[in-house]
Design a protein around this ligand. Structure first.
Ligand SMILES: Cc1ncc(COP(=O)(O)O)c(C=O)c1O
Length: 399
C-alpha cells in the first residue's frame, strides 16, 4: 500500500485535452475560443431578470437539497410537454450543475471493482467521474459510416463483462453530433435490462437537433419504468445559454428519492437558489422556446458553414453533426493532436480541443465548438485552414 494517504485515483487525475490547451490562454482576448461547449450569447434577459428578482426578494437562504419545488414542478411539466409522459415528482432532482448530476449518477452506480461502458467518442469528464469513483472503464466507439456515426449494439453486448455495472450514453453527442434514434435507445435499454446494468443517459443537448430547431431528440425517459436503475441527465447550460449558472436536473429511480436527497446534501446542498428562479423562467416564460429555436437555427447554419469550409478540405474527414454544436474532424496525417492544437493556438489564435481525451481511436481528431457568432466562426475557420495548408512548412509569426 502507498504511504501517501491521498488516493491513487486522485493523484493520477490530469487536465483534459480541452483544459490543457484552454488553461494557457483563457484570458487572451485575441483568441477565438472554440474549445468549450458554449456560445458567445449571454443568457437571455428574461432569465437574468428572474434571477435578479429572486435576489431582490431576498431568496438567499438554504432550500431543499433536491431543488426548489416550483422548479421541480416546472421540470415535470416541461417533460410532459416534450415527451407526453407524466414523471413522478419524486424522480426529479436539481442537485446543482448537469456535471453534478453526472457525478451523482456515478456515485450511485460505480465503485472499485466495478466497470462502466462508455459509448465513445465521449466527453472526457465522464471518464474522470468513473476514475474518482475508483471504477474501471471500457469503451465502445461509435462506428463511422459513410455519412454518419452509428451505434453497433453487438459490440456493446460483446464488451459487457462480469464487472460491468453501467453504461453511459450521450445523445445528442459531444463531440460527434450523433443523435441516437428511438430504436437505438430502445435496444440499449433492453440490453441493459437483460444484463442488469444501470444506464446513464446524458441528454444535456436534447434541444440541439440541428435539422429541427425547436424540436427535441429521442430520450430514454419514455422507454423506462420508474424504478429501473436509469439516470436521465439534463440541464440549462446548453439550450438556454446558461453555462455559468451551474444548474441541471436528473430524473432518477423513484425508490432513490431519499438517498438522492442525502447525496445532494453531501455534494452541494442544492443548486444556488436565485439561479433556480432564473432556470424556472427559462422553462416557463414564452421567450424560452423562442430562444431555443433561434439559437439552434444559428447553430445549424454554422454547422453548414463548418461542413462547407472545413469538411471540404482534402486533409479533413468530417461526418455531418446531427445534433449538439461540435465538429469532430479527423485530420489526415495527424499523430500529435495536442501539438497541433498548440500550433493552432499560437499561429492562428484559435482555441480548439485535442481529440485524444475523448476516448480510444480519437488521436487524429480535434473538436471545435461552432456555437459562436457566424462572423467570428468564419474568421476562425479561415485561420484554421491557413494552419492546415501551412502544416509542414516553417512556423509563422503570430497574427
Ligand atoms: C455531454 C455533457 N454532459 C454534461 C455536461 C455538463 O454540463 P453543465 O455545464 O450544465 O454542467 C457537458 C458540458 O459540456 C457535456 O458536454
Amino acid at each position: 500500500m502507498s504511504s501517501d494517504p491521498i488516493r491513487d485515483e486522485i493523484r493520477a487525475l490530469e487536465l483534459s485535452g480541452i483544459m490543457k490547451i484552454a488553461a494557457t490562454a483563457l484570458e487572451d482576448p485575441e483568441v477565438i475560443p472554440l474549445w468549450f461547449g458554449e456560445s458567445d450569447l449571454v443568457t437571455p434577459e428574461f432569465v437574468r431578470r428572474a434571477a435578479v428578482r429572486a435576489l431582490e426578494a431576498g431568496r438567499t437562504f438554504y432550500a431543499h437539497p433536491r431543488g426548489i419545488v416550483p422548479l421541480r414542478e416546472a421540470i415535470r411539466r416541461y417533460l410532459e410537454r416534450l415527451y407526453g409522459i407524466a414523471v413522478h415528482p419524486d424522480r426529479i432532482h436539481v442537485p446543482g450543475s448537469t456535471m453534478l448530476t453526472v457525478t451523482v449518477a456515478g456515485q450511485c452506480l460505480l465503485a472499485p471493482g466495478r466497470e462502466i461502458l462508455l459509448i465513445g467518442p465521449y466527453w472526457p469528464n465522464i471518464r474522470n467521474v468513473a476514475r474518482v469513483c475508483g471504477a474501471a472503464v471500457r469503451e465502445v466507439r461509435l462506428e463511422e459510416g459513410p455519412d454518419r456515426w452509428w451505434l453497433d449494439l453487438d459490440r456493446v453486448a460483446a464488451a459487457i463483462g462480469p464487472r460491468t455495472r453501467a453504461v453511459y450514453v450521450n445523445s445528442p453527442s459531444n463531440p460527434t453530433g450523433w443523435i441516437a434514434s428511438r430504436e437505438e435507445l430502445a435496444a440499449l435499454v433492453a440490453l441493459c435490462r437483460r444484463h442488469g446494468l444501470g444506464l446513464i443517459s446524458d441528454e444535456v443537448y436534447h434541444r440541439h437537433v440541428l435539422d429541427d430547431p425547436g424540436g427535441v431528440a429521442p430520450s430514454v425517459l419514455p422507454l423506462v419504468e420508474e424504478d429501473e436503475p436509469v439516470f436521465v441527465l439534463n440541464g440549462f447550460s446548453k439550450a438556454w445559454a446558461m453555462t455559468g449558472w451551474r444548474i441541471g436536473w436528473m430524473v432518477a429511480p423513484r425508490r432513490l428519492v431519499e438517498p438522492l436527497a442525502v447525496l445532494a446534501e453531501c455534494d452541494n446542498t442544492g443548486a444556488t437558489v436565485f439561479a433556480q428562479w432564473g432556470a424556472l423562467a427559462a422553462l416557463e416564460e414564452p421567450e424560452g422556446e423562442a430562444f431555443v429555436r433561434d439559437f439552434v437555427a444559428r447553430c445549424a447554419r454554422n454547422r453548414d458553414r463548418v461542413m462547407a469550409v472545413l469538411g471540404a478540405h482534402p486533409r479533413v474527414r468530417l461526418l455531418r453533426p446531427e445534433g449538439a454544436f461540435y465538429a469532430f474532424p479527423r485530420i489526415e496525417g495527424l499523430d500529435d493532436g495536442l501539438a497541433f492544437c498548440r500550433r493552432v493556438l499560437a499561429e492562428a489564435r484559435v482555441g480548439i480541443a485535442a481529440g485524444y481525451g475523448f476516448g480510444e481511436g480519437n488521436a487524429a481528431h480535434v473538436r471545435l465548438c461552432f456555437a459562436i457568432a457566424p462572423e467570428r466562426l468564419e474568421t476562425a475557420l479561415a485561420r484554421l485552414l491557413a494552419v492546415l495548408e501551412g502544416e509542414g512548412s516553417a512556423p509563422r509569426r503570430r497574427r
